[in-house]
Design a protein around this ligand. Structure first.
Ligand code: CTP
Length: 435
């Protein structure tokens, strides 16, 4: 089953070819994909939600204003859920909306809100397809990175003959499979190397029910683990508690405290080529963990004031890796709220890191829990800005930079210096958040 575990959102818009979407759902499910169907208002005239619901095993959605689903921001959930969006059939009207970035209904909103690749199977009368406006929209969509499959030529439901028939479900299935294959070409510089990523917060227990922690969501670290796995590396993700699912092809080791994270990383550091510390590790932990729940002081003694807390320092996980003999390439993250670049430059130096990624968590657009980020990658000889983008896209770009900087074969580096275009230190913007 070549699509096992893949999340496919099938959008069906209003054309006679909509009846074929039922067969398409069957094919996709038979290949192991999980399919959710979204119908446009027009599509519901051609095919019933009940049919598609029965075939996909999921409720079919057709309304952006579904109060129950939207109570939990259902359209954003769906947009994030999708690994790929296939719109089949895609009418001229749907293509026109997408070409303009218009989002008048649930399906077009999902296409805008999702980072997943979008495949379109146009289906319409041949004159509509040939119309200059449709051709313009098709060209715009292709230039925007949408993939158009078909239309096929032949006899049409209206009696005309010409281009405009929806590609057959079997061809669409093949296009979906090909899209997954071509999506993540392995990076030859990282393929087969061991990469370890730390992610998420740590929790430092005070007693059996309380702990000290921070707002890290783990999203950026998980995205980096996924990007490294997509590049072909063998990835270990040492994760604090953050409730995210483990990315495909990544070995996840779940830990709670900084000391547990330290031990998990130390045990594996020697066999790594690259260690990326994205975790928001607590710098301190309570000096002692009470074996029983600490009672409110005044419940025990009427005159007691608030208790005081003694903290002790946790080991620095990535600095300890950087100190090892034959250390791997070590990259840190710096979440800063002021003087981001200069703090990060010092931090890189102080911890003996090969590079550091700095972001400014005071910016609410990119702070903890956001799905977007902007950062600056700093290494010994240069800096490069990673502009505002989704955490997934930033992760892929970071992995590409690290591969070019630190894993370029010697034969490609006659001057033994990385050739990446370095932004002059003075012109790098103070953007930034590890979350
Ligand atoms: N880090 C680590 N172990 C620690 C603390 C931090 O491995 N005990 C790593 C983080 O994963 C991150 C980098 O060090 O990659 C920088 O983390 P940050 O919290 O910004 O640095 P600190 O050393 O704690 O500096 P400060 O809190 O003073 O800014």
């Amino acid at each position: 089953m070549t699509l096992a575990g893949k999340h496919i959102l099938l959008g069906v818009t209003g054309g006679i070819a909509a009846y074929k979407s039922a067969i398409l759902v069957r094919h996709l499910c038979n290949e192991g994909a999980e399919v959710q169907v979204v119908l446009s208002k027009g599509a519901a005239q051609f095919v019933t939600p009940v049919t598609l619901q029965a075939l996909s095993g999921h409720p079919v959605r057709d309304d952006l204003w579904d109060r129950e689903a939207e109570a939990a921001m259902g359209h954003i959930e769906l947009a994030r859920w999708a690994d790929l969006i296939l719109v089949a059939p895609a009418t001229a009207h749907c293509m026109a909306n997408l070409a303009q970035g218009a989002a008048p209904d649930l399906l077009t909103t999902l296409c805008l809100a999702s980072d997943a690749p979008v495949l379109l199977a146009p289906a319409m009368n041949q004159a509509m397809w040939r119309d200059a406006a449709t051709q313009r929209n098709a060209a715009t969509l292709a230039a925007d990175g949408k993939r158009l499959i078909g239309p096929d030529e032949g006899e049409q439901a209206c009696g005309d003959v010409g281009p405009g028939r929806m590609a057959e479900p079997e061809s669409l299935l093949n296009a979906v499979k090909a899209a997954f294959k071509s999506r993540h070409p392995a990076n030859p510089r990282l393929a087969g190397l061991n990469v370890l990523v730390t992610a998420g917060p740590t929790r430092e227990a005070l007693d059996p029910v309380r702990f000290l922690s921070n707002h890290s969501s783990g999203k950026q670290g998980y995205a980096i683990a996924k990007a490294a796995a997509d590049a072909g590396a063998r990835v270990t993700l040492v994760s604090g508690p953050c409730g995210l699912p483990a990315p495909d092809n990544v070995e996840r080791i779940e830990v709670t405290s900084a000391l547990e994270m330290f031990e998990a990383v130390q045990a594996r550091a020697a066999e790594q080529a690259l260690v990326v510390g994205v975790a928001a590790v607590a710098d301190y932990r309570p000096a002692a963990q009470a074996p029983q729940k600490i009672k409110k002081a005044r419940a025990v003694d009427d005159d007691a004031g608030p208790p005081s807390l003694t903290l002790v320092e946790n080991p620095d996980i990535i600095a300890s890796v950087a100190e090892l003999p034959n250390a791997p390439v070590v990259v840190g993250f710096a979440a800063e709220t002021e003087n981001a670049l200069s703090n990060a430059r010092h931090k890189r130096h102080r911890k003996g890191l090969d590079a550091i990624v700095v972001n400014d968590v005071s910016n609410p657009k990119i702070g903890f829990n956001s799905d977007h980020n902007a950062a600056t990658l700093i290494w010994a000889d240069g800096e490069v800005e990673l502009s505002y983008q989704s955490k997934a896209a930033l992760a892929a770009s970071l992995i590409q930079h690290l591969a070019d900087l630190f894993f370029r074969p010697a034969s490609e580096m006659p001057n033994a210096r990385p050739k990446l275009r370095a932004t002059p230190l003075s012109s790098v913007a103070t953007s930034s958040g590890h979350s």
